[in-house]
Design a protein around this ligand. Structure first.
Ligand SMILES: [Zn+2]
Length: 447
């Protein structure tokens, strides 16, 4: 490819915000990062027009539905939505059909993504009650983490409680947990059925999949991590109660445990079920206003290490079903970064916070090689974000299911351009302009 320079950008990277640009070499790597107007002459120029330039987001938490559920989404369709949203690398979850529980399954998924994915990719290994050897012998250079479903969700991969400790002990990789206590959820659901029969209103989801159910399970996961000396990363924290517990852990200097939250927990609250109904039904549930506020505060105070979209597409007709049969999950990968930037517009976070949460921190946590930072010698995975004085709607959803609740919201930022491995793949007003040349992520961990 022809080398080029992005100039006139507002770079937000590694805690610093400054005017400048980057030069990208013929191999798609960042050759130079410069301040002000010191850009080299004789090189093709891309004028950022003063837009924010951030490292492309690394989304540690997506469900692209391939293999097995490809009527909802596949690598090609969902990676297009990802780059439209400024996400240049993603890590896909194992609750596919069949579930991703072995080295062979991961290799098959990586080979299926090669030549079809617009963003860089990796696949988490799932844990079941009988794949301990696979976990022990996982290839740490290509797999980011082991995912443990501690509460049943789509795919029914819940692991029996007694099987959990050996999994935590066996994993050489970080353990990612979906924490919700089924027992408590079952009781809450029975209560709701008694009260409402078959017509459970969607707002009850916040009470059925309650904060207490999350916290109970989080505490179990932390206990297991301490017993096993595993590195634990708690996925999709959704409540004030959990945020408070994370604060306690932080106070104790617990370094083995970190947490992720997702844009829907700081964008929506239980009040929104009235309008969106099943469209915002997801697990863990979107909870109350106080929970949303606690999540925003937690982001500002550093209680959360990362943000992940938990992109989980379902067809609109599936989402139109009554509460009990409506599947959980929100298509969000195209809007997760601009929804996070909305916290910058509201002065709750800085743009460098967003770069840390959505790029630096996942790169560090998993040891992603040469990505996640705007640094010389790193891959040119970059996103330009244009600011608008007045919030406006983003583009329509381009994922396979063709909808997202975020389509109805207005944002102060919009993705102007997305570069993956130095190639412009998405541009506002033109759409997908590059080829599906996403690469398999590589991981290198300090031992
Ligand atoms: Zn998920």
């Amino acid at each position: 490819m022809e080398p080029f320079t992005i100039c006139n950008a507002l770079i937000a990277n590694e805690g610093k915000e400054f005017r400048g640009g980057v030069t990208i070499d013929a191999q798609g790597m960042i050759e130079r990062v410069f301040h002000g107007d010191e850009y080299p002459s004789g090189c093709k120029m891309v004028d950022a027009g003063g837009a924010y330039l951030l490292p492309g987001a690394i989304d540690e938490h997506v469900h692209f539905r391939e293999p097995g559920l490809t009527r909802k989404g596949d690598v090609e369709s969902e990676s297009k939505a990802a780059v439209a949203g400024g996400i240049t690398s993603y890590m896909d979850m194992p609750n596919t059909k069949p579930a991703t529980l072995s080295r062979a399954a991961i290799e098959a998924r990586a080979s299926a993504a090669t030549g079809r994915s617009y963003a860089n990719f990796a696949f988490h290994l799932g844990a079941s009650s009988n794949n301990l050897d696979e976990i022990r012998n996982v290839d740490c250079t290509v797999v980011p983490a082991v995912k443990v479903f501690m509460g049943a969700s789509t795919g029914n991969m819940q692991v029996e409680a007694e099987a959990l400790l050996p999994i935590f002990q066996a994993s050489p990789l970080p353990i990612l947990t979906h924490c919700e206590s089924d027992l408590l959820i079952g009781c809450n659901l029975d209560d709701a059925k008694q009260r409402y029969g078959d017509a459970i209103p969607f707002k009850e989801h916040a009470a059925i999949r309650s904060d207490v159910a999350c916290l109970e399970s989080v505490k179990t996961a932390v206990r297991l991590a301490r017993q096993s000396h595993a590195r634990l990363h708690i996925m999709h924290v959704s409540s004030a109660l959990e945020a408070q517990y994370l604060e306690e852990l932080k106070g104790q200097g617990e370094e083995r445990v970190s947490a992720e939250t997702c844009p829907h927990y700081f964008t929506f609250s239980a009040n929104d079920y009235k309008h969106f109904g099943g469209k915002i039904k997801c697990n863990p549930s979107i909870k109350y206003r106080e929970d949303r506020e606690a999540i925003v505060r937690g982001l500002a105070e550093g209680l959360f290490a990362t943000i992940g979209s938990d992109h989980a597409p379902h067809l609109l007709e599936e989402k139109a079903a009554p509460y009990a049969s409506c599947p959980s999950g929100i298509p969000s990968v195209q809007y997760a970064l601009v929804a996070t930037m909305e916290l910058v517009a509201k002065k709750k976070l800085s743009a460098t916070d967003v770069a840390r949460l959505y790029a630096h921190a996942p790169a560090d946590l998993y040891g992603v090689e040469k990505r996640g930072y705007i640094r010389e010698g790193f891959y040119a995975d970059l996103v330009l974000l244009q600011k608008y004085r007045r919030a406006q709607r983003n583009d329509a959803a381009i994922g396979k299911c063709g909808w997202s609740p975020y389509e109805e919201l207005s944002f102060h930022y919009k993705v102007k351009s997305t570069f993956v491995n130095g190639e412009l793949v998405w541009e506002a007003g033109r759409g997908i302009v590059g080829a599906p040349r996403g690469m398999a992520l590589r991981f290198k961990r300090e031992r």
